[in-house]
Design a protein around this ligand. Structure first.
Ligand SMILES: C[S@@+](CC[C@H](N)C(=O)[O-])C[C@H]1O[C@@H](n2cnc3c(N)ncnc32)[C@H](O)[C@@H]1O
Length: 331
């Protein structure tokens, strides 16, 4: 049995660069109007654990819908791609609970592939490693702890062959549409003719369901957002008092996104030690934390085309809540 797990973790130097970048992004985000912090900073070890709880929430239909899609469509997906000896690259893999059903199927169908998850969170990668080890012991896995394109460029240089890139969980929805287009064009550039992409999109739907999904009754999504301030306190010597902040999230049909923020409940000044600066927040001023864009099929197809992909097939769950869209790089 071959059991190959290689986790390429950032070096101490890279970790320091990552901290500097975090500081730079926080300083810049809190200096602009409206204030904001990029959502990629949600995923420290605590944030990744809280996200696992979010995926189990009754209101958060997204994970269950995509699990159903992968479970019901894995054979058809494999037949459509008809690949052997390929790289199954997953961007922002998280704990991989949905990917597992695909990995198990490909193994049982004796399809030859190696699994290359890329995730910025070392905590998520550790959980994923355990998960893959439990389900698919003899699978070759090369885990990359790093940014999406840092990982993709590494794969491009070190590992040859055809690829299927998974970008699940509606991660693409966290990009503003303009940035999503740039991201997809860049993705297209690092792939080769004949490569595939399976991209998860949350579809536009009744706003009450969208609002419920991001405003769960147990307050777990609120904790997930507030953890950003905890992270700044821990890593950047911030002095945020979490009792002075409230989570706010609502679907805006004009932007097409669930827009999440943290509201300052009082006028307050917060010191961040790592840059030795004070930031002033007015009462009820917001820090924008996340966009979760929702798409229609027409918008998805137009995005794929603009980035230079061919749409092969849309895989849906039974309720038509979510779509995993299969794209191919043309020859
Ligand atoms: C919303 S979770 C989705 C996880 C998984 N794909 C799923 O569908 O359940 C987003 C994941 O992407 C990772 N992530 C966020 N920004 C990233 C970036 N810029 N580069 C690499 N990974 C990133 C996070 O650490 C997290 O595990």
């Amino acid at each position: 049995m071959k059991q190959t797990y290689r986790i390429l973790k950032p070096s101490a130097q890279n970790a320091e660069t990552a901290r500097q970048r975090f500081l730079h992004d926080v300083e810049q985000g809190l200096s602009q109007s409206p204030k904001s912090i990029p959502s990629r900073y949600f995923y420290d070890e605590t944030g990744s654990k809280i996200f696992e709880q979010i995926m189990d929430l009754p209101e958060y239909y997204l994970t269950r819908a995509e699990y159903e899609i992968l479970n019901n469509s894995r054979q058809q997906l494999a037949e459509m791609m008809n690949l052997q000896g390929f790289n199954l690259i997953e961007l922002g893999a998280g704990d991989g609970r949905k990917t597992r059903v695909l990995l198990e199927y490909l193994q049982s169908a004796k399809i030859d592939f190696r699994y290359i998850p890329i995730d910025i969170s070392p905590g998520a990668m550790a959980t994923l490693q355990e998960e893959v080890s439990a389900c698919c012991g003899d699978l070759e896995m090369l885990g990359v702890v790093g940014e999406y394109f840092q990982g993709l460029n590494w794969v491009e240089k070190q590992v040859g062959g055809a690829s299927l890139v998974l970008f699940l969980g509606s991660n693409i929805g966290n990009f503003h549409p303009g940035k999503a287009k740039v991201f997809l064009r860049r993705l297209r550039q690092v792939l080769r003719p004949g490569d595939f992409v399976l991209m998860g999109f949350d579809l536009k739907k009744d706003t009450r369901r969208l609002n419920a999904a991001y405003n769960d009754k147990q307050g777990i999504t609120a904790q997930f957002n507030l953890n950003l301030l905890n992270r700044i306190n821990g890593e950047l010597a911030g002095a945020f008092d979490l009792d002075n902040w409230a989570f706010y999230s609502w679907y805006n049909p004009l932007s097409g996104a669930v827009e999440s923020s943290l509201l300052s409940q009082v006028r307050q000044t917060v010191h961040i030690g790592a840059c030795d600066r004070n930031f002033v927040f007015d009462a009820w001023e917001a820090i924008h934390t996340e966009f979760s864009f929702k798409y229609s099929e027409a918008e998805i197809e137009s995005m794929a085309k603009l980035a230079g992909f061919l749409v092969v097939h849309h895989f849906y769950d039974n309720q038509h809540d979510f779509v995993d869209s299969l794209w191919r790089v043309p020859a």
